[in-house]
Design a protein around this ligand. Structure first.
Ligand code: ZN
Length: 322
């Protein structure tokens, strides 16, 4: 028995090992610039794709500094998924320094980009203030005139998914049927969540639809779901608001009786805590803006992020209604 079985077993183990490593080698290697995009790529790529991310959970993509290790990781990837619209200001430098030879897929291709409206931005109201003009110029050079946070509208999320699907098919045509099937299923889930968000927020009273967040990440969300967002930091986290900006927000909260301010998972809570304290607004909770939570947190996926954010918004704003 023993003599007959052992070589057979060894051969079986060997075959298993070989076939496993062959499968691993066949997987398409992809890199996503940030965690929200990585989750989308995982949903569309499924078993055929390895996904790594540059900026992980709770990370700030605006202020990311790629390391040589990141460049090495990118060099090994077949496809690099990025948001675009100026979100990854470090992207071109990283691509050229890494010698990346794969395909870059811009997930916002075809999205109707939201222009940064300076009239709506608390920063830019003092036109004769030279300091402010310089800040505004710096911001525009760094981030362009477009708001990059398009994923915060689930209808845009559908466009991201379609671009990811097409990018994967171009890089791995044998997987076409799988990517199409996965994308179709995932788009259905995104559409369902979009309807759920609209239904949940429809019940908010008109007078409780203006909120404060620390940086201006929810413009698309506000446009899509009927909220007005005021943010002392502007469109990127890279610029610190001045004392004057903060004072202006505090005045606005009092005058407009804005009920709540919301912290963000990627930004320091200190400034908003001060604003809440001085204005009398309450802290409504933490919103996930530019990154997911870790696996065990409240927003480990793109769709969970909306469930969490909408739950946080409705419980803070509805309780103020009466
Ligand atoms: Zn942002």
């Amino acid at each position: 028995m023993r003599f007959r079985f052992t070589p057979l077993l060894a051969a079986a183990v060997l075959a298993l090992g070989v076939s496993n490593s062959a499968n691993a080698a066949e997987k398409l290697k992809t890199m996503a610039s940030f965690s929200i995009l990585a989750d989308m790529v995982k949903n569309v790529g499924g078993e055929r794709v390895d996904v790594s991310e540059l900026v992980g959970s709770d990370g700030d993509t605006h202020e990311f500094n790629p390391t040589p290790a990141d460049a090495k990781k990118l060099a090994r990837a077949d496809v690099f998924f990025v948001n675009g619209l100026g979100f990854e200001g470090w992207m071109e430098r990283l691509e050229s320094s890494s010698g990346f030879k794969g395909a870059t897929v811009v997930a916002t291709t075809g999205v109707k980009a939201r222009k940064i409206d300076e009239d709506d931005d608390a920063h830019h109201e003092d036109a004769d203030d030279d300091d402010h003009d310089e800040h505004a110029d710096a911001r525009h050079h760094d981030h362009g005139d477009m708001d990059p946070h398009a994923w915060q509208d689930l209808a845009n999320g559908e466009i991201y998914v379609a671009n990811i699907r097409d990018g994967l098919i171009a890089a791995d045509p044998d997987g076409k049927a799988v990517y199409e099937r996965n994308a179709e299923k995932y788009i259905a889930a995104v559409k369902k969540e979009d309807a759920a968000v609209k239904a949940a927020l429809a019940s908010l009273p008109q007078s409780h639809r203006r909120i404060i967040t620390s940086h201006d990440a929810f413009g698309y969300f506000g446009d899509a779901y009927g909220l007005e967002i005021v943010a002392p930091e502007g469109i990127s986290t890279a610029s610190e608001p001045s004392a004057k900006d903060v004072a202006k927000i505090i005045r606005q909260i009092r005058e407009d009786q804005i009920p709540a301010v919301f912290l963000e998972n990627i930004t320091n809570a200190k400034m908003l805590e001060q604003i809440a304290k001085e204005s009398g607004a309450k802290i409504g909770g933490t919103l996930y803006s530019d990154a997911l939570s870790g696996k065990d947190g409240p927003a480990p996926t793109y769709i969970d992020m909306f469930k969490h954010n909408v739950g946080t918004l409705t419980s803070a704003l509805s309780s103020q209604a009466k």
